[in-house]
Design a protein around this ligand. Structure first.
Ligand SMILES: *Cc1c(COP(=O)(O)O)cnc(C)c1O
Length: 357
């Protein structure tokens, strides 16, 4: 069998969920499990969190499985409904639904539901992707408060710079949200992972931790370990080939990297079709036999290559970690000019996942 495995530590996710609640002053928390729980398997993550207050997904298609596994938890649709039939299904499934603008609100008011919905009005505090504006929120608050489709009216918004709590926009968004303190909402929700950890004023009633559940850091400057998070995913494999390459010879597609001295090269069966980024430059760390070695040459579809000079004992079969506890996904991501979120969500279906406690 091909030596490549994404092993998922569900105890780590449980630990991180508790840490999110604790850092969030004991508020209730929607575990954000959109995008197949950031690549970790939504079904398994939901099953591992029976005590969760709620779960959040991006859209209706991601909600069905969650409701099937957890009859009591609140399940929040972060992007709301895209057509009337989705509002009807959401009502049947007793979901919490974000209404992110006038068009969705009109659609809701024009739809007959089997029972009223818990609605989260989204306020655009400055991200400028979704949400009611400061000027139209009050009108819609009045209309939805009175609507037979609405069982409970809540307020939410989302930060653009929560990972930079000193950023002026962050402060502005906090202020915008509090502008509506006089309105009566059942619950308010503003904080994602970064805000849970760095902006206590944003905690309100419901937290929305995503990335921190999976043990990656929302901050460029603070590691997951420093934050007390436990990485949930280990992407591991083994060397499938080892060879000596003479000085001057190149390795891999495009001959973009050449050995300056005779070099032992190890090949790992993991490539961009598995979700390891093709843009990873030479020098990106890989753990081989417990030691960090540099990636060399281009990442190809099914394989990548490393320089084994520092691990002379490495042979075919020597264990490899692409990311996990020894090398964080955040560190690999920063070499690639991206964030841990992207690498975790991009691990493809052909990578075997193994869940354990
Ligand atoms: C994805 C998402 C979150 C979770 O964000 P993290 O940075 O992963 O904690 C919270 N709220 C909304 C609206 C989201 O889309």
């Amino acid at each position: 069998m091909r030596p490549l495995l994404a092993s998922i530590d569900l105890s780590a996710i449980r630990h991180n969920y508790q840490l999110a609640r604790q850092q969030g002053g004991g508020r209730k928390a929607f575990a954000v499990i959109k995008a197949n729980a950031y690549g970790h398997g939504a079904r398994e993550v939901v099953s591992a969190l029976p005590e969760a207050d709620g779960f959040a997904v991006a859209f209706l298609g991601e909600a069905g499985e969650v409701r099937g596994l957890h009859m009591l938890a609140r399940v929040l649709l972060l992007q709301g409904c895209f057509e009337p039939a989705e509002f009807r299904m959401a009502a049947q499934m007793e979901l919490d639904v974000v209404v992110q603008g006038p068009e969705q609100a009109e659609m809701l008011l024009a739809t007959r539901l089997v029972k009223p919905l818990r609605i989260w009005l989204k306020l655009d505090t400055g991200m400028h992707r979704l949400g009611f504006t400061r000027d139209n929120l009050r009108d819609w608050y009045q209309r939805l408060h009175a609507a037979p489709q609405v069982a409970e009216l809540n307020l939410m918004s989302h930060f653009a710079c929560a990972d930079e709590p000193e950023h002026p926009l962050h402060t502005r968004q906090l202020g915008e949200f509090d502008t509506f303190a006089d309105l009566t909402f059942a619950h308010r929700s503003l904080a994602n992972s970064a805000a849970i950890l760095a902006t206590p004023q944003s905690h309100h009633d419901w937290l929305r931790p995503g990335i921190m559940l999976y043990g990656a850091s929302p901050f460029a400057s603070r590691s997951a370990v420093e934050l007390g998070l436990q990485p949930a995913m280990t992407l591991s494999g083994a060397l499938v080939s080892v060879r000596e390459v003479p000085a001057g010879d190149s390795v891999g597609y495009g001959a973009t990297w050449s050995a300056t001295a005779p070099t032992r090269i190890g090949t790992i069966s993991c490539g961009y079709a598995d979700g390891y980024p093709r843009c990873a430059p030479p020098g990106t760390p890989v753990l081989v036999g417990g030691r960090r070695v540099p990636l060399v040459g281009r990442v190809s579809m099914d394989m990548l290559t490393v320089d084994l000079s520092q691990v002379p004992e490495a042979v075919v079969g020597t264990p490899v970690e692409l990311w996990g506890r020894a090398i964080s996904v955040d560190e690999v991501a920063s070499h690639c000019g991206t964030i841990g979120y992207e690498l975790l969500t991009r691990v493809t279906a052909r990578v075997k996942r193994h869940h354990h406690y």
